[in-house]
Ligand binder design. Structure first.
Ligand code: NQM
Length: 347
């Protein structure tokens, strides 16, 4: 029952969780998930009896292995352990945890660090899409503590390509940029993360609130969840009652010179910052000729758009490259990752 498994705890972007070699975990998915839920301390909203931090952002798992695909070096399978239910969900990617995948793979010897820069193509198993990761490895070594600003991590450049319809099959799963749900204009979109985008003002909030105040607003949460439950089947995601997607993105005009401001529910807790692929998806919506985000956004011009997405704890800069028809063909951004613990976890 209390089996020990080798694990590295890492922060990836603004999330953290356990990084495992696929070969260290039970091969059978049901046994693996039961072990992960126990190790995290779920079901329990506080996860008091486990490694999880009592919040979805601190209850994440990355499973990494060498890839068998010719277009990828590594496979990364993301699992969300839902604190309160113990459900282990693979319905989404996680771009924040993705930042830890390359340092972890080097730490575990899955690939060698080059003298200078190390690059890897990472298959996001959850969607079948490949992301390119790049880190500086002077002298062939990982150097934590050299990320941008005062960050104690290692900086990871990430480039996403071909992410439109990652889980929904197409960028706009209903074929329309705006759908009216519960009398509100919503944009149902998936450019790496299935999201429902709604003007915060249409829900009676400003979009600049603290996440705790949004979570304390029961009426808002009920309204958002009703919209989400209706949007899920329209997006081809089926009954989403128990699923962590779609994410609910409340948008408002930027206040600090950025492109747009966002508050997100992922989907039941309010995000303290913003998801990476969720930010890319919101930025993509803002560039459509008509979406719930378009009239609120400041998007600039040209084939390479720097879109600063303002969120509760700062700004996430996404660089979106557009093709000749104005469609987003790739998205680049920088995150950081840090090793926190290496050892054995008991589940
Ligand atoms: O959207 C939280 C996070 C995420 C997801 C969530 C993420 C992304 O911040 O790519 O990073 O939406 O569950 O880790």
């Amino acid at each position: 029952m209390f089996e020990a498994v080798r694990c590295m705890w890492m922060r990836g972007g603004t999330s953290k969780g356990g990084f495992f070699l696929a070969s260290d975990l039970p091969a059978d998915a049901a046994s693996r998930n039961a072990w992960l839920a126990r190790a995290m301390g779920s079901p329990d909203v506080a996860q008091a009896d486990g490694m999880g931090g009592g919040h979805p952002l601190a209850s994440k798992v990355a499973i990494v292995s060498r890839s068998a695909r010719p277009d990828a070096d590594l496979d990364y399978y993301f699992l969300q352990v839902v604190p309160e239910s113990g459900r282990v969900a693979d319905d989404q990617n996680c771009g924040n945890m993705l930042a830890g995948v390359l340092p972890f793979a080097i730490e575990r010897g899955l690939l060698d660090a080059a003298d200078g820069v190390t690059e890897a193509r990472v298959l996001q198993v959850n969607s079948g899409t490949v992301a390119a990761l790049r880190i500086a490895t002077p002298g062939g070594r990982l150097r934590y503590g050299e990320a941008m600003g005062s960050d104690s991590g290692i900086e990871v450049e990430i480039e996403f390509r071909d992410i439109a319809g990652s889980k929904c099959g197409q960028l706009l799963p209903t074929g329309k940029a705006v759908e009216a749900i519960d009398g509100i204009d919503c944009t149902l979109i998936d450019n790496g993360m299935p999201c429902v985008i709604v003007a915060a003002a249409a829900l009676g909030v400003t979009g600049y609130e603290h996440p705790a105040d949004l979570e304390a607003n029961d009426g808002l949460r009920k309204r958002i969840e009703n919209i989400r439950l209706e949007a899920g089947p329209l997006m081809g995601l089926g009954d989403v009652t128990e699923k962590p997607v779609p994410k609910m993105m409340l948008v408002a005009p930027a206040r600090d010179g950025g492109a747009l401001c966002v508050r997100s529910f992922i989907p039941h807790r309010a995000h303290r910052s913003v998801g990476v692929l969720a930010a890319v998806t919101v930025a993509t919506a803002a560039l459509l000729p008509e979406s719930a985000a378009t009239p609120l956004a400041r998007v600039g011009g040209g084939a390479r758009r720097r879109m600063a997405i303002e969120h509760p704890s700062g700004t996430m800069d996404c660089i979106l490259s557009l093709d000749a028809d104005g469609n987003v063909e790739s998205a680049g951004l920088a995150r950081s990752a840090r090793k926190l613990m290496d050892g054995m976890v008991f589940g």
